[in-house]
Design a protein around this ligand. Sequence first.
Ligand code: FPP
Length: 250
Amino acid sequence: MSESPLSAVATESGLPQHVAIVMDGNGRWAQSRHLPRAAGHKQGLDALRLTVRACLERGVRVLTVFAFSSENWNRPREEVSGLMDLLVMALSREVPKLSRSGVRLFFPGNRDGLSPRVQSGLDKAQQATAHNQKMVLNVCFNYGGRWDIAQAARQLVVEGKEISEGALCEVTALAHVGDPDLLIRTGGEMRISNFLLWQCAYTELYFTPCLWPDFDAAQLERAFADFAGRERRFGQTSEQVAMDRSSGHA
Ligand code: FPP
């Protein structure tokens, strides 16, 4: 399995260059305060803002977050429409600030089923930040890992191409950034929940009971410190990894 150039940098510095996050726990955060679930999502947006800032300060190159899954359509109608409204509101408020900070936005996910208002908001935000180079922020919206693999395979079939690992890597939804080094999941559950199934083959997993609205720069540092202590072997032995490192290949 080949490693992306970004991953190679990460291994050397100990800092993950591509961080993915399952932002779980908004509902419980709200319920424990006797607030509606929407209040948890709103607070979750604040936590996302803090995390983006912390990642920028630390020099993370790519942040990929799970904002709305293919399965989230099964939630109560008001919660789904609340999340759509929150996204549109967040885009109009945050995009100018993100752009000034050098953040380039992408929205990996299935555009089918999203309203024209949401689709146009995503397109505009993507275009408005297309020139930025400091950090990529992938906001996965209407995304599912199985959808991603299926859409990639379909694309190869339509193009008459062979279905190989390399070809799939080029058409899956994170082809523009490569695989995450670190996947953080807040909220205490220890599962992937149909997030980046293809891309997380060699990603380090970090689970924390912290509910997403409580996640902050200090929590992020804990995850980074844990990551720095991991040995990433990509199928090799420890001895091979040490040899590669001493010969400057890691
Ligand atoms: C999971 O928590 C979280 C979500 C389904 C939504 C994530 C959205 C945000 C963090 C806000 C940012 C949003 C946008 C649109 C940019 P949960 O509701 O499943 O929590 P629970 O497990 O405690 O019920």
